[in-house]
Design a binder for this molecule. Structure first.
Ligand SMILES: [Zn+2]
Length: 119
């Protein structure tokens, strides 16, 4: 399957786009837009780049930065038009790590809170 516009299924002038608030940590939804749809549905465009410039390293960077949390398998298929098993595993690892560090942080703040009540 080739990459295509999420909105109109066009296959020309495609852009990789994440929806989100610029400069914010909000993890955006990842979509592929053609030039026309990108112009007509600006929404909260955060990252937007021509699909030809998209590399696996850059893609991984988006997950590390928390720019998107779109399911890796689906995201890779959309962005690269093919399954990439190694990249998928890497992205799942990134998401898992993010989730577990957030859990740890919540756990620590909970006990810190309990403890401070006793002082
Ligand atoms: Zn389109």
């Amino acid at each position: 399957m080739r990459q295509q516009c999420t909105n109109c299924a066009g296959t020309r002038d495609l852009y990789f786009v994440t929806n989100g608030t610029q400069g914010d940590d909000f993890p955006g939804r990842m979509v592929i837009y053609c030039a026309q749809c990108r112009k007509e549905r600006p929404g909260n465009l955060d990252i937007s780049l021509p699909i030809a410039l998209l590399t696996t390293d850059l893609f991984k960077g988006l997950y590390i930065m928390g720019k998107t949390e779109t399911d890796p398998q689906m995201a890779i298929q959309m962005a690269f038009g093919q399954a990439m098993l190694i990249l998928k595993k890497e992205l799942e690892g990134v998401l898992e790590l993010k989730k577990s560090s957030l859990k740890k942080f919540r756990f620590i703040s909970f006990w810190f809170y309990k403890f401070s009540l006793k002082l």
